[in-house]
Design a protein around this ligand. Sequence first.
Ligand code: B1M
Length: 212
Amino acid sequence: MAELTELTSAVAAGKRVDTIRITQELLAAGHSPQLIVEQGLVPGMAIVGDQFKRNEIFVPEMLIAARAMKEALKLLEPLLVAAGIKPKYTVIIGTVQGDLHDIGKNLVSMMWRGSGFAVVDLGTNVSPERYLAAAQEHKAHLVGLSALLTTTMPAMKETVRVLKAASLPNLKVVVGGAPITQQFADEIGADGYAADAGTAVELATRLLESAA
Ligand code: B1M
């Protein structure tokens, strides 16, 4: 029977076919999609990040690992997303300007969908003006910003400033991503910070229910 650690190794090595096969085997063995993501796939990307930092691998290897992870997430998404819930809240999500990382953002997006929110995903490299236009167009209740690079944290700050300056009624702004902390979120005036996709669900639910 496949082990979660095998999945971690397959993703870290960028082995797409093995990653898909092991994900399918773990599902068939009764592991929950959340467990597969949190204890199988995400640790694989952490290994890749450490290897990149030590110059043991380079951008192409990182990209190949990311592709393997995305293929597994494609399999898991329908299982993570609950069917048939009529959305009560509309939320916008995107990765901030200058930043192309989207795996963490996609996970948060999936978990929000799975929690019954209508999610408008703007993708990556999203300018402050695009977030604002989307929030206005969709009459959003909450906007989520993701950033993975220290160099794009200023873009996150600017996006929060632009969204807050527009004074849209009851709009909450939440932030997350590897370099982001609660302290940074407080400094830039965000309404909340979540360290991972699971916490992002709790955070959004708490903020939206308390504003309702
Ligand atoms: Co990039 N990269 N990368 N990269 N990359 C990091 C982030 C890095 C830490 C690697 C390293 O040096 N160890 C480093 C940043 C260093 C820094 O800023 N201090 C780095 C670098 C330097 C770069 C480039 C500059 C490399 C280069 O070109 N020389 C370049 C930048 C491109 C750009 O964006 N302009 C680059 C490119 C890439 C790839 C394209 C090759 C690829 C991205 C593919 C893709 O996303 N489609 C890539 C990858 C894969 C990584 C690592 C290895 C993995 C990221 C990932 O997907 N993690 C990463 C190292 C690492 O993180 N350990 C690295 C898994 C994912 C599930 O976690 O995204 O953190 P994460 O999301 C979590 C939480 O953070 C949180 O929940 C998620 C799930 O629990 N979260 C939120 C995220 N968003 C949230 C939003 C919320 C709430 C929670 O509310 C809205």
